[in-house]
Write a protein that binds this ligand. Sequence first.
Ligand SMILES: *Cc1c(COP(=O)(O)O)cnc(C)c1O
Length: 421
Amino acid sequence: MPELVDGLDSKSSAFGHVGSSPTAPTAVMNTYSRFPLTLVRGSGCWVWDQKGRRYLDAVAGIATCSLGHSDRSMRRTLNRQLNRLQHVSNLYRIQEQEDLARWLVNHSCGDSVFFCNSGAEANEAAIKLARKHGHTRRNIDRPVILTAASSFHGRTLAAVTATGQPKYHRGFEPIVEGFDHFPFNDFEAFKDLFQRHESNGPSVAAILIEPLQGEGGVIPGDPDFFKKLRHLCNESNILLILDEVQVGMGRSGSWWGYEQLGIKPDAFTLAKGLGGGHAIGALVVQDHADVFEPGDHASTFGGNPFACRAGLTVACEIERRNLLQNIQDRGQQLCTGLNQLVQRYPQLLDGVRGWGLLQGLVLKASTAVTAPQLASAALDHELLLVAAGPAVLRMVPPLVIGSREVRQLLKRLDATLATVS
Ligand SMILES: *Cc1c(COP(=O)(O)O)cnc(C)c1O
């Protein structure tokens, strides 16, 4: 057994680095098809494997490591927090939780916040809120929540049912009742579905939707579509709930994805980027949508001092370092560079889409190469990428990425495309 070492910056081979060859037998359950790579250290936008090979990280823990790896302010504030208080439960008021909730409310359309530990859990809270709102404010017996096809809302049973991708349901039936799906960005089709559900009186409690579909292929929402949804929800007293788990907390170049769409949701969920790599999720609601009372919902770990300190640090540092501007500028640089690659590899690439530092490179339908294959090929060029479905390569680097690093990213991607084309 490797000895546990004391000290955060240890580069020693202890702490589990021994014997963690990517091909060694594993006691970890086989639920992921993993890259043959074990990462042991990170700094900024760079990570190292156990052989000391350095990779440029355009995955950032799947859009979570907002400040990059081993960020100095993150280490300082979290070390201090560990030395002071880590966890006490929600039986008591938690100052860090109060502060993060206050920050979120001051910087969004929301009025109050429920904290949990992940995106799926935040969406579960939103689903319960929506159902209770449907029961109490629209008098619905069996409320339905409408979500989009090709969406992604998480893997717990209700969240996976909300997820409009049948491949995630298969094998886990019966899925949860009370959900139905409409095509993303298609208001006429949405209205058809809505009217079908409402033909015998009120039955729809809420629409749960991503401002930009992340896992589903980096598909930005159409502002016109969202404005029409907003209008319909207002007319019928239905909640418009945005899943901002991937887009929220700055990644789009504004704090919230809904700002890109020119609307305000009644509630929205957060997770990925909020904790800068630490487990935290949140449901932010406007007062008029808040139907929860004491006892309605809970989470043992949710909003603990450590997780909230991580969230506060991310928020403070994005503001202090003017990172929203960086996200816009580097996002533009990345998008321009990716468009040049589309010109250079016309048989392979179809286009670029996304917001800020969430960009998708779309592969041609006619090409035999898939996005996961390209992400694997990029490892040979020391670049970490993640697919969003079979035909889209997703780029979600840390929000602190610099212009030289964006150039490096494009150069390595160019080299990867050259080898497969
Ligand atoms: C990742 C993601 C989730 C699920 O988050 P987990 O923390 O993995 O549960 C939900 N919604 C969106 C939009 C996501 O990108």
